[in-house]
Write a protein that binds this ligand. Structure first.
Ligand SMILES: Nc1ncnc2c1ncn2[C@@H]1O[C@H](COP(=O)(O)OP(=O)(O)O)[C@@H](O)[C@H]1O
Ligand SMILES: [Mg+2]
Length: 252
């Protein structure tokens, strides 16, 4: 190999690989097929939003990614390794965390107890990126509410806590299913701010939303889902400019 060939090889070797790669997946419930060949990729440090009307298959897609629903066809890779149909706990251990739909705080646990309960076990990763101190630094409101119970928190605070306790597990990819559903516009803004902070710390986010909302402002990429397939994949700017896609698949 000449020096030049060796030199040209370098970009191939060091090219960053996608964090998550979903290839042509199909899935469904019993006799009904819901996903008809969904493909998407998420690059490291990206926020990607997956949008679409109710019933289009967004939650089903993330059930497949997190191992809650088996694939009938297709493959999923995470950090270059195949995770197709691995058990959900194994997928979580590899660094994919799901923030479920609806805010799930325990009424009788304090904010601090919520966070500690979800901390990654000390032996799993020595250099845990997230601990109580870092969470409180980034989200001072939670520090103020440290000793309050789950049922004493506002909707926005509960959403913040649900997100932060997921971070305590030190994931590389966070998947959030409709975090702004049912929240007042002012709180929706706040959720956008939390997600920006998380992204700045190097965690990638797959954000599921029905409407454009905050997704357009904080996302690097926008995907739109219609009837079990991706019908748009591009920048938020190009989606904004694409009246046809917005009218057909997003607006009522
Ligand atoms: N557990 C289930 N059993 C049977 N059908 C389901 C189940 N969950 C979702 N579905 C159906 O799958 C389709 C897609 O649903 P879903 O993935 O939840 O859509 P979205 O998250 O985009 O609103 C819908 O027609 C819905 O009724
Ligand atoms: Mg859903």
């Amino acid at each position: 190999m000449t020096d030049m060939e060796e030199y040209l090889d370098i970009p191939m070797i060091t090219r960053s690989r996608p964090l998550l790669e979903v290839r042509n997946i199909e899935a469904g419930y019993g006799a009904s097929q819901v996903l008809f060949g969904v493909s998407l990729t998420i690059e490291p440090h990206q926020v990607v939003s997956l949008m679409g009307r109710n019933g289009m298959g967004k939650s089903t897609t993330i059930k497949c990614i997190t191992g809650a629903l088996p694939l009938r066809k297709g493959q999923i890779f995470f950090e270059g390794q195949e995770i197709t149909n691995l058990p959900a706990d194994e997928i979580a251990r590899r660094g994919i965390a799901l923030v479920p739909e609806g805010r799930m705080c325990f009424p009788n646990l304090t904010v601090r107890e919520h966070l500690v309960a979800f901390a990654r076990k000390a032996d799993a990763k020595q250099d845990a990126a997230w601990d109580l101190q870092r969470i409180y630094e980034l989200f001072p409101r939670l520090k103020e509410r440290e000793h309050n119970m789950g049922n004493q928190l506002s909707g926005g605070e509960q959403q913040m806590l649900t997100l932060c306790r997921t971070l305590m597990g030190d994931p590389d990819l966070i998947i959030i299913d409709e975090p702004t559903e049912g929240l007042a516009p002012k709180i929706v803004e706040l959720v956008g701010e939390y997600l920006k902070k998380i992204k700045e710390r190097g965690v990638s986010v797959l954000l599921i939303e029905q409407k454009l909302t905050i997704a357009m402002r904080i996302s690097d990429r926008a995907l739109v889902m219609g009837h079990g397939a991706i019908v748009f994949d591009g920048t938020p700017q190009s989606l904004n400019a694409n009246t046809n896609v917005r009218k057909e698949w997003l607006e009522v």
